[in-house]
Design a protein around this ligand. Sequence first.
Ligand code: NDP
Length: 303
Amino acid sequence: MSTTVIDGRANAARVRAGVAREVQDFQDRYGRAPGLATVLVGEDPGSAVYVAGKQRASLEVGIVPFDRRLPADASFDQVAGELESLNADAAVNGILLQLPVPEPLDGDVLTAMIDPDKDVDGLTPVNTGLLALGRPGLRPCTPAGVMELLADTGVVLEGAEAVIVGRSNLFGKPMAQLLLGANATVTICHSRTRDLDDVCARADVLIAAVGQPRLIGAGFVKPGAVVIDVGINRLTPEQAGNSSGLVGDVDFAAVAPIASAITPVPGGVGPMTIAFLLRNTLQAARLQAGREGAAAPGEQSAA
Ligand code: NDP
C-alpha cells in the first residue's frame, strides 16, 4: 500500500498565505490591521518559544502582535487585570493566554475571563458551548487544523469510525465535536480505556493526543486508516541521537507502512496550530468590526 505522508508545513503555508491576503483586505477596508495579544506568565522556556513563534507568525501575515509578560509569581489579580485591559483594548482582536500558567494560578478560571469574541484559542466556556451546540464560534486551533489536514487527504468523514486517544479540553473533546459535526462516528479513549489497541484498530481515522512517545504501534492501526499524530514528546539527547529530538504518540516507522495517510512529527499537526491561530484572529477581527457596525472609511455604518 502506498502511504501519503501528510505535509503539515505545506498545508500551514497555504492557510497562512490565505490569511495574509485577507488581512490585507481587512486593512484596506477598516484602515487598521487585526491585533493579537499573547500573555505569558513566567519564564518556562518551552512556552517562551511557542509565544515567540506566534508573535513572529503574526507579523508575517500582517497581524499586529502585542507581547504581554508577567513574572512567574504574578498574582491572580495581576493576570486578571492584564486580561481585562486587553479585553477593553479595541486594537486587540485576539487574546491568547499561554497555558499552562504557573501554580497556584488556575488557567481555566483565567481563560474564562477572556472576552469570548477575542478568544482565539476557542477555549472559553462560551466558545466551548457554541461548539457543543454546533453553532458558529471560535474553534480551538489544533483540532481545527486537524480537520483541514483530514480534508486535504480526501478521507470521507461521514459515517467513518473516528477514534481519538486523549480527552483533554484543549484537544480531545473539541476534536470529537468537530468530527461529530462532520457526521463521523466518534469514540474518545483515555487512560482508563480497556483494550485500547482493539478500540483503535476499529478506526478509519485514528487521532492520537496523549503525550506518550510512540504509544500507538502497528497493532493499533487498521490497514488503510488515516493516522493523525498530535503528540509532541521531547527525547533526551541520548535517545534523540541524530534526530530532531521530537517524536509523536505514534510509532511512525511501524505505522506508516499500514496507514493510507499519516502525519509526521515534526512537520505534521504542529504548524497547523499556529496557522489556525492566525485565521481565528482574522475571524475575531471581522466579528468585532461587524459587531461595532464599524463602517469602512467612506461607507455608511450598517448599525
Ligand atoms: P493532556 O495531558 O491534557 O491529555 C492527555 C490525554 O491522554 C488524557 O485524556 C489522558 O487520559 C490520555 N492518556 C494518557 N496516557 C494514556 C494511555 N496510556 N492510554 C490512553 N490514554 C492515555 O494532553 P493534551 O491533550 O494537552 O496534549 C496531548 C499531546 O498533544 C501532548 O503531547 C501535547 O504536547 C500535544 N499537543 C500538540 C499540539 C500541537 O500543536 N501539535 C497542541 C496541543 C497538544 P486521562 O484523561 O484519563 O488522564
